[in-house]
Design a protein around this ligand. Structure first.
Ligand code: ZN
Length: 260
């Protein structure tokens, strides 16, 4: 809804994009490293403004070692990588179907990054006496009571540096953790009261997720030379297997190497 009219193929694939956006959660069980792509514990790397982590993944690995860099989550780099991959796939009509898979999957990671509890070591309230808050907030409150959001097309813009952009919205998301924890501490198991105190923030996060995703899709499409793509993918039954994702990654590597 937020995209410019020229990106009409994204609109005609809307149902497909929605259906595939859930796939990465299914992949966690069997795709190597998938579990780390959905979050980043930015507070592990020190206090705001998080200068030591707003860098390339290689730099972070060099400083903290691969084990710590990866186990604390890699969602910002995953988003930037998918943005680059999307540009690559949008450059040729032969890979438009992979562009749509890539766009859908990117939507998942961008959405996860707007859930404040996906940006902290205290992701389940275990350090603040809020044990179990992840499920209480996300599944028992937001999923049940959420009543819609109104994202704004005016907030969609060209993003020159997707990694920096991802860090900006992740840090903004991180700032909202206190809203959830304070509501939980104040209301215990009263889920309606928990929702009353978190609804406005949650609605805005959902709107921001849509606006930020649209900005990244738009930027990737612009970087690919604003292709006039004609594609309408049918929604498959079930979700894409990890094999399709592996094929997509292999194709990206092939295209990168051949410099297309
Ligand atoms: Zn996820």
């Amino acid at each position: 809804m937020l995209l410019p009219a020229e990106m009409k193929s994204f609109k005609s694939c809307a149902e497909y994009l929605v259906s595939q956006s859930a796939a990465p959660d299914e992949w966690k069980g069997f795709l190597d490293g998938e579990q780390y792509r959905h979050y980043v514990d930015i507070d592990f790397f020190g206090p705001p403004p998080f200068g030591s982590i707003r860098k390339s993944l290689n730099d972070v690995i060099e400083k903290y070692g691969e084990g710590e860099a990866v186990s604390n989550g890699v969602v910002p780099w995953t988003i930037a990588e998918h943005c680059e991959m999307l540009t690559l796939f949008l450059k040729s009509s032969e890979t438009f179907n992979y562009a749509m898979l890539c766009a859908a999957v990117m939507g998942h990671y961008v959405a996860d990054a707007h859930q404040p509890l996906h940006t902290t070591e205290n992701y389940d309230g275990q350090y603040t006496g809020n044990q179990g808050i992840h499920f209480r907030y996300e599944s028992r409150t937001a999923d049940v009571f959420f009543d819609g959001a109104v994202p704004r097309a005016d907030n969609v813009r060209y993003v020159a540096d997707p990694l920096n952009f991802a860090f900006d919205f992740i840090i903004d998301s991180h700032d909202k953790i206190s809203v959830i924890l304070a509501a939980d501490t104040g209301h215990g198991n009263n889920l309606r009261a928990l929702w009353a105190d978190t609804a406005d923030m949650t609605r805005r996060q959902v709107e921001k997720a849509a606006e930020d995703l649209a900005s990244l899709w738009y930027s990737a499409w612009k970087n690919a030379g604003s292709p006039k793509m004609e594609i309408k993918l049918k929604t498959p039954v079930g979700v894409y297997s990890e094999k399709d994702y592996q094929k997509m990654l292999a194709l990206r590597d092939k295209l990168k190497i051949s410099g297309k």
